[in-house]
Design a protein around this ligand. Sequence first.
Ligand SMILES: Nc1ncnc2c1ncn2[C@@H]1O[C@H](COP(=O)(O)OP(=O)(O)OP(=O)(O)O)[C@@H](O)[C@H]1O
Length: 228
Amino acid sequence: MSAPIVSLRGVSKHYGDGPTRVDAVRDLDLDIHAGTVAGLLGPSGSGKSTVLNLIGAIVDPSKGQISLDGEMVFDGGWLRPDLRRLRLEKIGFIFQFHNLIPFLNVAENIQVVLDLAGWPRPKAQRRVAELLDYLQVADRAHAMPAQLSGGQAQRVAIARALANNPRIILADEPTAALDSERAGRVMDLLRQVAVEQGAAVIVVTHDDKVMARFDVRHALADGRLVGA
Ligand SMILES: Nc1ncnc2c1ncn2[C@@H]1O[C@H](COP(=O)(O)OP(=O)(O)OP(=O)(O)O)[C@@H](O)[C@H]1O
């Protein structure tokens, strides 16, 4: 099997110290490979979002090692001076409530990511058009987020997450606000991205509608993996 795109070794995260300390993730080893759609499951408070945010360099690990797309990025401390750049280069985020910027239209919501990543304008505009086509929302390019249906908004959010060709897609409850048919389409799309772009897609969910759709399932309880 190919080398993992996401690899965690002995990763722990606690919030606070002393009597208020919460051990959210304990000594976690986790590998996710290219072309895989992985589910991160478990009851509320088991540490799922913390794991996603550790991989996304949004939360600082308390200890351990994290390597992303073949690069060791955390080894007792972050090895990259600019975590914002690390995220832009390697990671696409998708959230339950899509987090589109309300005062930018659909095309601009995607364009903004490419501007931040330093793409030249003409190339970025071609990429935006290609993504809107791929996600079947090209006819909504000039619509504002408030004018979109839930399914359309989620597809635009996915387009934005894919814009910079990240090898790692992190999704937090991406289907919870969608009916089964739309949820199924989002999962089909994530699978297509995993396969076509050789990406690792990691989905945190409680959503029973999509449980059968993962290649691998990692279940957490009390900050530890408890098997698939
Ligand atoms: N910023 C924080 N400060 C203090 N404690 C936190 C913080 N974030 C999470 N926790 C605690 O860490 C533990 C794991 O939380 P986390 O959000 O990762 O779980 P989860 O499995 O994603 O839960 P849910 O399904 O409810 O979103 C919980 O006990 C939570 O209260």
